[in-house]
Each structure stands twice: as C-alpha cells, then as structure tokens.
Design a binder for this molecule. Structure first.
Ligand code: ATP
Ligand code: MG
Length: 334
C-alpha cells in the first residue's frame, strides 16, 4: 500500500536575525509521516513543538530545509506552476480560525463558487447551484438554501468552520491538513466538527492529518497518533495504544496533565517544566532536561525511534538494548 502523501526526514530550520548574528530555530527535525487513504493521523504536541510548521511544509506553503515530500510515491516538490496547482488541489488545508479564514465581505455562495471555479471549471446556472448544494449538504449545512446567501458574521463558529471545510472539498482533495480545527470553537460543537471530518474519512476516503494540543481528542478521532516534542517525533502508534499505555516519558506527562482522557475539553496545559529553546536545543534527547529517567546517553545521543510493540515506536533510549540505557518507568508513579 502506497501512502497518498508521505514526508521523509523533513527538516525546517528558520534563520532568525539578531543584532549581531543570525541564529537558527530548529523547528522541525527528521520527521517522517505517512498518510493513507481513509485514515486519520493525529499530530499532538504542546505549543511550539513544530506542528503547524509541518502542516505548512506538507501544504508546500514554504520549502523544507531538507527532506522529501511524495504524493502517491512520487516526488511532489518539483516546482512549476502547473505541478504546484495540481498538488494544491489534492492537498487542502483547514485552519484553526474560521473567523480569519473566511472573507467577511463574501457570502457563502461567493466563497464556494470561487473555489468551485478554481478547481472544477466554470460551472454556471443549474450546474453551479447543484455543486453548491452538494457541498453544503456534505458539510451538513442543510437545507443549503438557508446558508448559501449568508455572510460569515451571520454564522456561528462551527458553521463557519463547516463552510471552510466545504471550500476545501470543492477541490475534491485526497488529503486534508487540519491544523487545530476545533480549538477555537465552543466546546459543545467540537465533537460535531470531528464527526464531520470522520464522515469525510469514511465516505470520501480522504486522508486526514489532524493537528491538536489535545491528546484526548486524538484518541477519539485518529487512527494513528504521533507525539511531537521540540520539533521531533517522540512516540507513534495506534491511537488507542499510545493513549492507554504511553511509552515515552513525555507522552506519559502529556497524558497525566490532561485531566480526563475522555474529556474533549482537556486542553494541553504544558506538562511540568519549560519547553526547551529551539535555537539551542538540548543535546541528545531534547526531553532529557525534564525527564526523570535521563542518564548520560540521553544527554549526548539523539535516540532513534525504537520499536516498543506492534506497530509502535518511541524515541527513548530506555527501550534500546544498550547496557547503559536508562530504566524507564512510568512518570505517573514518580
Ligand atoms: P502551536 O501549538 O502554538 O500552534 P506549533 O506546534 O504549531 O505550536 P510551530 O508554529 O510549528 O509550532 O512553531 C515551531 C517553532 O518554530 C516555534 O519555536 C516557532 O517560534 C518557530 N517558527 C515558526 N515559524 C517561524 C518563522 N517563520 N520564523 C522563525 N521561527 C518560526
Ligand atoms: Mg500551530
């Protein structure tokens, strides 16, 4: 099975100019992601861990420092306007803020018609009406006639996010990159948006990258979960397994700091301690300064993703067979 979209060893370093010298922010390092048809992958991590940077790289809104992006197994970073437009059709993005992403002076009809015309050609009259109706029905804004002539300010946050999703669907995408699509919405309507995305996964077989702070929502919604810390993936595997029995000490902390695993409102309050500087990230495992189990090897060598069970991996020396490995227990018990 070939992934629809694949990123291999992605890296993004941002140069930031100071008064005297230029520093480099190590925002994303060596991240590999595979997105399959009809499958949801969650990317979970605290603020600044590199989640949005990954989404922007995958959407090709900016170039990676290094690494490859493959669409159906073929290099997709080849430039050229036509190739880029074809890519953008297949890989659509949904943003956190449905207020900011819809133009306040345009009606739903205008916004969707524009996207339909860009991606499906110059539909008119009855054909256009049918396309509008289909999109609004897909995102459960029914009856469509009630919504099609509304302005964004006449809609609720959840309805606006549905319009943004409909706009993405007009491109008939194979991949949706959803960057915190529910975090700005009222708690009571979050589940509805996740269920809509789930419906798109099941019926249209769209591959979804779901970016979130909230590991509880990843467990609810995603097939696979990848946990990021300071620009690197520290643990990945089946969502149920990762959330029920976290192996990496950081994942354990993340789960222990979420009050209730079934509570979708559980915000990721940063786990104890400070996130590290990405200008001078700690040597070795980037989590070592906060890790209760860290030993010398953790402070000097970057741990690779090591197998920790069926289809699961954790980037922690505790799971290697080195004689000097740390004895990793459960953070929850320390
Ligand atoms: P949040 O949960 O707050 O949205 P995130 O996980 O999406 O966080 P990113 O936005 O990807 O994190 O940022 C990762 C790191 O890269 C941060 O340290 C951020 O300050 C830095 N960064 C992002 N964009 C730029 C840029 N254009 N120039 C310099 N640094 C940047
Ligand atoms: Mg972000």
């Amino acid at each position: 099975r070939v992934p629809v979209l694949q990123a291999v060893d992605l890296r993004k370093h941002f140069p930031v100019r100071g008064l005297r010298s230029t520093a480099v922010v190590h925002a994303v390092d060596d991240v590999t992601i595979e997105l399959y048809r009809g499958h949801v992958v969650a990317l979970v991590g605290e603020s600044g861990s590199g989640k949005s940077t990954i989404a922007r790289l995958l959407a090709q809104l900016m170039p990676a420092t290094s690494g490859r992006i493959l669409l159906h197994g073929e290099d997709a970073t080849a430039r050229g306007r036509r190739a880029f437009r074809a890519y953008v059709r297949r890989v659509q993005m949904i943003f956190q803020d449905p207020f900011g992403s819809l133009n306040p002076i345009h009606t739903v009809r205008y916004t969707l018609t524009r996207s339909i015309r860009i991606h499906q050609g110059r539909l008119r009259g009855a054909e256009l009406e049918a396309a509008l109706e289909e999109l609004l029905t897909r995102v459960q804004l029914t009856p469509p006639a009630r919504y099609v002539d509304k302005f964004p300010h006449e809609l609720s946050g959840g309805q606006r996010q549905r319009v943004a999703i409909a706009r993405a669907l007009a491109a008939d995408p194979e991949v949706l990159l959803a960057d915190e699509p529910i975090s700005m919405l009222d708690v009571s309507i979050r589940l509805g948006i996740l269920n809509l995305l789930r419906d798109l996964r099941d019926r249209l077989h769209i591959a979804i990258l779901y970016i979130t702070h909230d590991i509880a929502s990843a467990r609810y919604f995603a097939d696979r979960t990848m946990v990021m810390y300071a620009g690197r993936v520290v643990e990945q595997g089946d969502s149920e397994a990762v959330t029920q029995d976290p192996k990496h000490p950081y994942t354990q902390l993340l789960i222990s700091s979420a009050p209730d695993p079934d509570d979708l409102d559980a915000r990721a309050r940063g786990a104890r301690g400070e996130a590290p500087s990405l200008v001078r990230p700690p040597a070795g495992c980037r989590f070592n300064p906060r890790c209760p189990f860290a030993t010398d090897v953790c402070r000097t060598e970057v741990p690779p993703l090591l197998p920790v069970g069926e289809g699961r991996e954790a980037a922690c020396w505790g799971y290697s067979d080195r004689p000097d490995r740390p004895r990793v227990g459960s953070v929850l018990e320390t």
